[in-house]
Design a binder for this molecule. Structure first.
Ligand code: DQA
Length: 141
């Protein structure tokens, strides 16, 4: 299976950015851990951008390239972007929304997601374990 993991704004600074919320591990650490667990079961493709349009272009590309699923942490665009939601909806990709932090115990503006309504499931607050859970769900043994 071909599975893409997409990260949105500021997630390139994982490990440095608000470590009390997001932890000290980096996006590269996440990629290493996920490749170690799932690298033989799936073809994993990682992409991060701070730009909404670049994420939308990438989702369209994944759809054309016949990817099987998408694990999406869109960062703050989760709470703002109808365009990203439309990209996911139009892609036909089976999508799992992931948040490292528990967005429901944080500010009110993080409680609404434009992406949940076009995702098969949502994981929030489990740290990096949320990505492992998402991939286990998408790649049943
Ligand atoms: C986040 C939660 C968002 O509210 C925030 O804007 C992020 C990260 C998370 O993984 O917990 O950038 O998606």
């Amino acid at each position: 299976k071909k599975i893409a993991l997409l990260h949105g704004p500021n997630l390139d600074r994982l490990g440095k950015r608000e470590p009390e919320i997001y932890g000290r591990a980096t996006l590269a650490d996440l990629e290493t851990a996920l490749r170690a667990e799932f690298g033989t079961a799936a073809e994993l493709h990682f992409f991060q951008s701070n730009h909404e349009g670049a994420l939308i272009d990438e989702i369209a590309r994944l759809a054309e390239a016949k990817f099987d699923a998408l694990v999406l942490n869109a960062g703050a665009l989760t709470h703002t972007s109808v365009a990203l939601r439309d990209a996911v909806a139009g892609s036909g990709l089976k999508t799992v929304e992931v948040h490292i932090s528990n967005v429901y115990r944080r500010e009110e503006f993080r409680h609404h997601s434009y992406l949940s309504g076009v995702s098969v499931g949502v994981v929030a607050g489990l740290g990096f374990e949320g990505y492992h859970a998402a991939l286990r769900f998408l790649l049943p043994a």
